[in-house]
Write a protein that binds this ligand. Sequence first.
Ligand SMILES: NC(=O)c1ccc[n+]([C@@H]2O[C@H](COP(=O)([O-])OP(=O)(O)OC[C@H]3O[C@@H](n4cnc5c(N)ncnc54)[C@H](OP(=O)(O)O)[C@@H]3O)[C@@H](O)[C@H]2O)c1
Length: 245
Amino acid sequence: MPTCIVTGGTRGIGAAITRRVAREGGHVAAIYRADDRAARAFATDAAADGLDVSVHRADLAHVDACRSVVTEIVDRWGPAPHLVNNHGVLREARVVDTTVELWDHSFGVNVRAAFVLAQALWPAMESARYGRLVNIGSVTGTTGNPKQAAYGASKAALIGLTRSLARAGARKGITVNCVVPGVYETDMTNQMSQDDQKVIADMIPLGRRGRPDELAHVVAMLLHPDAAYVTGAVLQVDGGLGMGE
Ligand SMILES: NC(=O)c1ccc[n+]([C@@H]2O[C@H](COP(=O)([O-])OP(=O)(O)OC[C@H]3O[C@@H](n4cnc5c(N)ncnc54)[C@H](OP(=O)(O)O)[C@@H]3O)[C@@H](O)[C@H]2O)c1
């Protein structure tokens, strides 16, 4: 398999994606924001399991950092025609407390970085006439959430970005898709009380939160070279949550 970049790839859903994609073969470069120790521990565990994974630090809130981490990865591991924009920042706030700074940060990280990373890889994918991009959205981007205006708007914007890039790459062998998680077993939801976890599970037609591996499986499928006829798709992987009531 070709080299793949996974953002936010050392913990939570991103870690599951990194490991799942690496299992298919080929190198996976996982980007993390700040925690060097946790990233190194993740890389050591992956190597112990025979997975070909490297970790790269970059704060994707900054355009220069997005571009330089791509250069660092491509210089070391060669062309990376597979990209998973899994990173995301969620800061909850009431409407009246949603500052311009919070808004801009959400869009800078969740949307602009996704575009800048894709843009940095794009010329090589065009030349090779091959590329696979997967953006990780959120159920909040389609259903909304009263305390997540900036997050929800940024995740909805990822759908527009996905479809615009899908059209740009359509005759060039580049597919671009968006996978939309519902509620998953991650640090954030594990910390909720048993009562809250039950309320959430009751809302989900399948009756439980998703396991990160279950999302990673779908991402790996979309990254596969044989998945050449799927592009511009927005695929809900949410136990049916996005169907509404
Ligand atoms: N968990 C869910 O139930 C759920 C539901 C819907 C959508 N999602 C989406 O699925 C994706 C993964 O979710 P998750 O719950 O596993 O993630 P998470 O625990 O919220 O962590 C977010 C990831 O994004 C990275 N990140 C955040 N800001 C960054 C920055 N400025 N620069 C570089 N990396 C940054 C983090 O890296 P560090 O660890 O290095 O900070 C982390 O790996 C996110 O896009 C999220 O919005 C998750």
